[in-house]
Write a protein that binds this ligand. Structure first.
Ligand code: AHG
Ligand code: MN
Ligand code: MN
Length: 330
């Protein structure tokens, strides 16, 4: 076997950060550990009644919390807290940020369980994470401003996909690498080195049930995707899982665009800037793609609140630029 393990890879890449304390490596190892625990629960969800279904309450965004949302949230927080070098965590499942070790220099933002509506039907789900250096002084309690940094300040970001196999894909700003989990021995192996969006892209992913409530620009772009035109290799192919991580991962490998635009009923769209859009935007740019709110670069948006939502267009640069063109004309 000549695959590299995720553990070895993390240590190797520490060389990219001369003088590094190893704190970021410890954080990535904590995420690796929590993802193994969550992966194991996900795989037996059909058998274990205690892990299926809702907990009977809503999160701050008014969404019904599933048992696995809460389970994943707790496992990631525990694993990150144990390493002692994280000063705070902002999570989609918690109203406010959580203060951890005030001597830590990193903060984490995460969507512990993405694609909740797919848990009970055995369809792929994921975890998304983003790592920043704090802006307040080490030794002080962490503050809201530590979490409200634009995406360009991310030092690492990635996702775990609990699919037909479990994968972890991440970047520290030096390319994107993907690792596949072997549950028999409990190890992630480097299976997808240096991931980039392919030049050819054909897939568009959107909840088309929302199309009539979207802007004219988005409607016209979807019409464009469906038009028959041999020269530009159209129509494109529609694919929508309803788990952002899974839709994104497929498009990264096969080439495509994922869209969650604003609608009449949700003027800021549905996806969350800090937990979903920024981390996948960092991966996207590192893989040669583009992430936009239809007009501007996602990673340059200055957040004003923790659970902020934004319209989202992410994937192959050519496709994102095309939808931007239609939006500019509307
Ligand atoms: P979450 O499960 O973390 O709340 O995220 C769900 C998100 C995202 O994963 C997915 O792409 C999108 O919501 C699906 O929304 P629709 O059901 O409106 O299509
Ligand atoms: Mn999500
Ligand atoms: Mn979630």
């Amino acid at each position: 076997m000549n695959f590299k393990t995720l553990g070895e890879f993390i240590i190797d890449r520490q060389k990219d950060f001369p003088g590094s304390s190893g704190d970021l490596s410890r954080i990535l190892s904590a995420i690796r550990l929590a993802s193994k625990i969550v992966s194991q629960q996900v795989n037996k969800a059909g058998l274990a009644r205690h892990i299926l279904g809702g907990v009977g309450r809503e999160n701050v965004q008014g969404e019904a919390q599933q048992k696995l949302d809460v389970y994943a949230d707790e496992r990631f927080i525990e694993a990150l807290n144990n390493r002692g070098n994280v000063c705070g965590i902002g999570s989609e499942e918690n109203d406010d940020f959580i203060e951890l070790n005030k001597d830590g220099k990193y903060i984490i933002l995460m969507d512990p369980l993405d694609g909740s509506s797919n848990i009970d039907v055995n369809v792929s789900i994921g975890t998304i994470f983003s790592v920043f250096k704090r802006v307040t002084e080490i030794g002080e309690p962490v503050a809201l401003e530590d979490f409200l940094q634009p995406g360009v300040e991310q030092v690492a970001a990635g996702y775990v996909l609990y699919g037909s196999s479990t994968m972890m894909v991440y970047t520290t700003g030096n390319g994107v690498n993907g690792f596949t989990y072997d549950p028999g021995i409990g190890v992630f192996f480097l299976s997808h080195p240096d991931m980039t969006f392919p030049n050819q892209s054909k897939i568009y992913s959107m909840n088309e049930g929302n199309l009539m409530r979207s802007s004219k620009g988005v409607q016209n772009y979807v019409k464009y995707c469906q038009e028959v035109d041999k020269e530009t290799n159209r129509p494109h192919t529609g694919r929508y899982i309803g788990s952002l991580v899974a839709d994104f991962h497929r498009n990264l490998i096969k080439g495509g665009i994922y869209m969650y635009p604003s609608t009449d009923s949700a003027p800021d769209g549905k996806l969350r800037l800090l937990y979903e859009c920024n981390p996948l935007a960092f991966l996207t740019e590192q893989a040669g793609g583009k992430a936009s709110n239809g007009k501007e670069r996602i990673m340059e948006i200055r957040p004003t609140k923790l659970h902020q939502r934004v319209p989202y267009f992410v994937g192959n640069t050519s496709m994102v630029e095309k939808v931007e063109e239609f939006i500019a004309k509307e």
